[in-house]
Design a binder for this molecule. Structure first.
Ligand SMILES: Cc1cc2nc3c(=O)[nH]c(=O)nc-3n(C[C@H](O)[C@H](O)[C@H](O)COP(=O)(O)OP(=O)(O)OC[C@H]3O[C@@H](n4cnc5c(N)ncnc54)[C@H](O)[C@@H]3O)c2cc1C
Ligand code: FES
Ligand code: FES
Length: 482
């Protein structure tokens, strides 16, 4: 395992470069080494979308390509080895004609100061490739990670609506062939000034490396770790990258479970989960933005262990478990037993999450989740709830509820659950359950919400869930600020 250089395709050209710092971002590299200044830095934390680029990879079948947006500002350079990057400069045709997406933005006056424009163009380009006739909701969802302070969004949405009237020169075969020419199957490592970036390609090598370097930082999508560098200026001495490990990248359905590899991106994990549990679709639709979901993983969300992480309340009520590996040993642990305290979990030295096991849906069981945040798109939850309800007639045979944003860790609302399980599913039961929630949680105040408001919010969310099950309110009332 060795390499001091990485190789990738950049706007159609093969690039081979020495990695001078394993935590140098793709954005720094594009702007400083290649003078590709179209890709901007707005926030350096994945929030504004000014740095959005497109990454193309060979897909899991090996015969096709996978195209996605990512935030260049929080992606470390070595993670793009073997991939293709497309920036706004790579979009015009061979004779210099604007790409249909660019032309549509011009025609619809979608740009004013222009700072956000390349990021919007790249998000629209990915949408154009995926779906030539997007609906309004698909356009809004595709642009959830892009902020504009000048135009308002209407001209940009108009551009998205008209872009499909023109064809471009895209040839997937060309991209697949170029990717094959830079593909690397084996593990590699990059070293600079004593700082190391390991990129194993199989799970045994990953496990052995982490036992040997237990203080290393595991890196998956980098949507949390990237900010440790760009915002907290932390020096990461040793990084072990999990997202090239084949065994960590599979999504499988057994007779009883969904098994999601620890490095599977949210974009790939979500359809499998929502396929089983459609009641979680709104939650995952509002999880960050497409570029963050394209890079970020379910495993990273769980292991990061934020008390306001969005996937864990739902996974907890579903009784999901984690398959953990340390060296050659594996063990399975219920997610409910994983968190001990704020940022303290059950992972032992050199141990990591290889798979997330989620029980398959059962007939007659209702699963739902609600995310309450200041903004509709691209915002961290103030409170996040999840429910699993099993009724026997009008009596509750089993009720589970878990909450984020209410304690130092995501956890179940045990008093509330006890109050509801065995009772009749009526408003009077919900009244008692709301009182029990006050015993379950003593939330803190922070910039997202005060303690009092959090408690009232979680009680109201439970009432809302009850109302939804009785058909008194429709399930989706969320509205856009656009
Ligand atoms: C703009 C923005 C918006 C966001 N919005 C949301 C949101 O709406 N909801 C939400 O919940 N989160 C959100 N996040 C947080 C983040 O995107 C998620 O937590 C994401 O799932 C992290 O996954 P990752 O692969 O990027 O993790 P990484 O950053 O790669 O790693 C996160 C942590 O997990 C550890 N880790 C990674 N993989 C493993 C493994 N297999 N075993 C053990 N440890 C491992 C890493 O060492 C690190 O400590 C947002 C982040 C940003 C930047
Ligand atoms: S610079 Fe804002 S998302 Fe990257
Ligand atoms: S055009 Fe100025 S920020 Fe969007």
């Amino acid at each position: 395992m060795s390499a001091s250089t990485i190789r990738f395709v950049l706007n159609g050209e093969i690039v081979e470069t020495d990695v001078i710092d394993p935590t140098r971002t793709v954005l720094q590299f594009l702007r400083e080494d290649f003078a590709l200044k179209g890709t901007k830095e707005g926030c350096a934390e994945g929030d504004c979308g000014a740095c959005t680029i497109v990454v193309v990879e060979i897909d899991r079948s090996g015969n096709d390509i996978d195209l996605k947006t990512v935030n260049a500002c929080i992606q470390f350079l070595p993670t793009i080895d073997g991939k293709e990057l497309i920036t706004v400069e790579g979009l015009p045709g061979e004779n210099g004609d604007l790409h249909p997406v660019q032309q549509a933005m011009v025609d619809n006056h979608g740009s004013q100061c222009g700072f956000c424009t390349p990021g919007f163009i790249m998000s629209l380009f990915a949408l154009y490739r995926a779906n030539s006739e997007p609906s309004r909701q698909e356009i809004d969802d595709a642009l959830a990670g892009n902020l504009c302070r000048c135009t308002g969004y209407q001209p940009i949405i108009a551009a998205a609506r008209s872009m499909s009237s023109m064809a471009d020169e895209w040839n997937p075969r060309e991209h697949l062939d170029a990717l094959k020419s830079v593909a690397r199957q084996d593990s590699f490592e990059v070293e600079h000034n004593g700082r190391r970036f390991y990129a194993p390609s199989d799970i045994a090598t990953l496990a052995a490396l982490f036992v040997k370097h237990p203080d290393a930082t595991l890196l998956a999508g980098g949507t949390d770790v990237g900010l440790w560098v760009t915002k907290q200026h932390r020096e990461l001495e040793t990084i072990i990258y999990t997202a090239r490990v084949a065994e960590m990248l599979s999504v499988e359905e057994t007779d009883t479970h969904l098994e999601i590899g620890g490095a599977v991106s949210l974009t790939h994990a979500i359809p499998a989960i929502v396929g089983q549990y459609p009641g979680l679709s709104e939650l995952f639709r509002r999880f960050a933005s497409p570029p963050i979901r394209n890079a970020g993983t379910l495993g990273g969300n769980i292991a990061n262990g934020s008390p306001i992480g969005d996937s864990m309340p739902a996974l907890m009520v579903l009784d999901a478990s984690l398959v953990l590996r340390q060296g050659d040993s594996e063990r399975e642990l219920p997610l409910g037993d994983f968190y001990h305290d704020y940022q303290v979990d059950d992972l032992q030295s050199g141990e990591f999450v290889t798979r997330i096991r989620i029980p398959l849906a059962q007939d007659g069981v209702l699963v739902g989740s609600q995310k309450w945040s200041k903004r509709f798109d691209q915002d961290i939850s103030a409170v996040c709830t999840a429910y699993r309800l099993e009724l026997d007639g009008d009596r509750v045979s089993d009720f589970r509820m878990a909450c984020g944003g209410m304690a130092a860790t995501i956890r179940r609302a045990t008093n509330c659950e006890k109050t509801i399980t065995g009772s009749v599913w009526t408003e009077a039961t919900i009244d008692k359950a709301c009182a029990a929630l006050a015993e379950d949680f003593a939330p803190i105040s922070d910039m997202r919400a005060s303690a009092d408001i959090r408690l009232v919010a979680v009680q109201n969310l439970l009432r809302r869930f009850w109302l939804e099950t009785t058909g008194e309110v429709s399930e989706t009332v969320y509205t856009y600020g656009r």
